[in-house]
Design a protein around this ligand. Sequence first.
Ligand SMILES: Cc1ncc(COP(=O)(O)O)c(C=O)c1O
Length: 362
Amino acid sequence: MPIPPLSTETDVPPLLTMTEAVHGGIDSDFSSFPIYQGTNNSGAYSRDHNPTVAAAEVRLAALEGAEAAIAVASGMAAVSVALLTLLEAGMRLIYHQTAYDGTLGLAEDLCRFGIVPVARDLRDLDGLCRELADGRPTVIHFEPLANPFLDVVDTHAVVEAAHVAGARVVVDNTLLTPCLFRPLAVGADLVVHSATKYLMGHGNGLAGVVCGPASLIRRAAHTRKHYGPVLAPAHAALLLQGIKTLPLRVARHGENAQRVAEALRTVPGVARVYYPGLPDDPGHALAARRWAGFGGMVGFATRDPDVTQRVRLLKPWFSLGEPESLIAPYTRPLSGGLLYYRLSIGLEDPEDLIADLRHALA
Ligand SMILES: Cc1ncc(COP(=O)(O)O)c(C=O)c1O
């Protein structure tokens, strides 16, 4: 079944091209970039500078169309380095109420440092503007496509409201990737990724990245140096390798996700399917207008507590963006006693995934 066409009224900023993914920023004589694993390389201590990590950073900056980037040890390291770079005691951190679980935990933890965390539904722009009206120094953090419930947040509108109020915006672009959306192009101050996911792309290591203007990335590099979450050179090399095929993989993840989401709607016992590529999804119109695709994540609600035990092809693993399709139950029940399952749709043949889910939900 073909993917439905996007709205003709899109205002998607320029996206990562295949040429940028393969060549972006680095004119290298190596088909596979060397791994410099020494603690010292040409006089530099590896926590300050490592040639393999530096090469990955140049490619990562090109990926998001950023002036500069720093690579860090994990996605959570990227979120914390970005926030610790921008926040000071007394400031407010506004974040989307159903952000990735780790980010919710971090936001609460930042109270210890005198930061005021405020959870909001950032789809409610009037509510955000009311919150910002007091003029308190603020950083806003959100995912345009939020994990796990796949809420669609309007980056353009949030950035506009934030900048009118003098607030800074950190966007976690993990679920969309720069193949579908580039937040810096619409004015985000910093972009972070769990590069563990689609960017590395093969479930073979943890990594994170913070991208943005050179002035802010210099400050973020100090934060990384002082707190210490550097990326191992071997993982930087895996990241360089994975990025080369990113646009091909993201396209396939998205095609498969659309097929799976449409099929799940016809499965008895599935009360609701969450996927912004479905025309009746609450985020569809906005996503179709702002992004070049809807990504590879699908959610569904059912009363069945044992789906994870009955899948054969999908893996019951907690990650996303890997070649294998993954299924993860959400621990807290939804209203009405429904249970939420999050799918990271992989690169397999979609009919095999659909057959596996039909069997597991039968
Ligand atoms: C949106 C998002 N941000 C950050 C993270 C954290 O990434 P990591 O597990 O690489 O620390 C995750 C992990 O799932 C995520 O989904």
